[in-house]
Design a protein around this ligand. Structure first.
Ligand code: UDP
Ligand code: MG
Length: 314
């Protein structure tokens, strides 16, 4: 029997857990041809979350949990989930039932058809402000523009990953992470499933705009080093302005047969040296980008098949 691990990061989710458990139980009994593991990662909750999870585990041995020593954030909780999961595939799910468990049979169906990464794409986002929707849309535009790897828009972390994707992700140990870009980076056969995202069942969102902006910046800076190129790009127009102004000043001096003015000399010097400075910062940026990429220590490539056999990455 194949085993499915459902990874659920939970931070102060005591109100969501009872309905969540109930719906998961229903799901598991409807999919009797699979073995299940529900792996909670308690991300330093300050409420009763961990005690509830322990209670569930006592009466249901399909429940496991990892209890963090403090709040490390959802991204890191997901890493722990990958590390501790024992299933043949894993499914990431939020604790607040925004990702309906009823979609899981469909995800599994595509997995059985041979897809490695079945991700759920949001059809609609109930209970979210237009500002959040708009900013998220713009963000994906920019991110997509900055990188060559296709990024799935309107996709959260709700997805099924085959064991070999799990093993691949486990090799990526960078500490500042944005899982979404990593899911794109590993590649493999992907399949999209549409769903309606429900509003949170209870409690409040753990995100605020500061956290979202942080995540957005992490996403861009961990995905590409192109922001480091900005100074190289700025230095080019600076030099063009310098050159044009230089020619203009010299031509004017010759035509009017006068000496170069002090202010003109100052402007030229400023343009010249600031151009050089920006250029040099850009060069440092290039090397910094290389150090940054090497320090992530990612695998250089991931193999899909070797002589017709699936590469499991372990
Ligand atoms: N979460 C977590 N650690 C955190 C913040 C959130 O493990 O520091 C979990 C949270 O319990 C939930 C999931 O991540 O299961 C998504 O959080 P939330 O619903 O607050 O985010 P939103 O759906 O509003 O984007
Ligand atoms: Mg939520």
């Amino acid at each position: 029997m194949k085993k499915i691990t459902i990874i659920i990061p939970a931070y102060n989710e005591e109100e969501s857990l009872p309905p969540l458990y109930e719906r998961l139980e229903k799901l598991m009994s409807s999919m009797e041809h699979y073995e299940f593991e529900i792996l909670f990662v308690n991300d330093g909750s300050k409420d009763n979350t961990i005690n509830l999870i322990k209670e569930y585990r006592e009466k249901d041995n399909r429940i496991s949990y990892v209890d963090f020593s403090r709040n490390f954030g959802k991204e890191i909780a997901m890493v722990a989930g990958l590390d501790y999961a024992t299933g043949d595939c894993v499914i990431f799910m939020d604790a607040d039932l925004q990702d309906p468990p009823e979609l899981i049979p469909e995800l599994v169906k595509y997995w059985e058809e041979g897809y490695d990464d079945v991700y759920a794409k949001r059809n609609s986002r109930k209970g979210e402000t237009w500002l959040k929707k708009f900013t998220s849309k713009m963000y994906y535009r920019v991110l997509q523009h900055l990188t060559n790897i296709p990024i799935q828009e309107d996709t959260g972390d709700f997805r099924l990953l085959d064991r070999r994707c799990v093993n691949a992700l486990k090799k990526m140990r960078e500490s500042q992470r944005q899982s979404k870009s990593m899911f794109s980076w590993i590649g493999y056969k992907k399949k999209e499933v549409l769903y309606d995202r429900d509003p949170r069942i209870a409690g409040k969102t753990k995100w605020n705009y500061k956290k979202l902006v942080d995540l957005a910046i992490d996403g861009i800076t961990s995905f590409t080093t192109s922001p480091l190129r900005i100074s190289t790009y700025i230095s080019i127009p600076t030099f063009i302005v310098l050159f044009v102004y230089f020619v203009y000043v010299i031509a004017k001096c010759i035509v009017t047969n006068t000496m170069i003015q002090a202010y003109q000399a100052i402007i030229l010097l400023i343009l010249f040296f600031s151009g050089i400075q920006i250029l040099l910062i850009g060069i440092i940026g290039e090397y910094l980008g290389r150090i940054f990429n090497e320090s992530k220590n990612r695998p250089l490539y991931l193999v899909n098949e070797y002589n017709g056999e699936k590469e499991m990455n372990d």
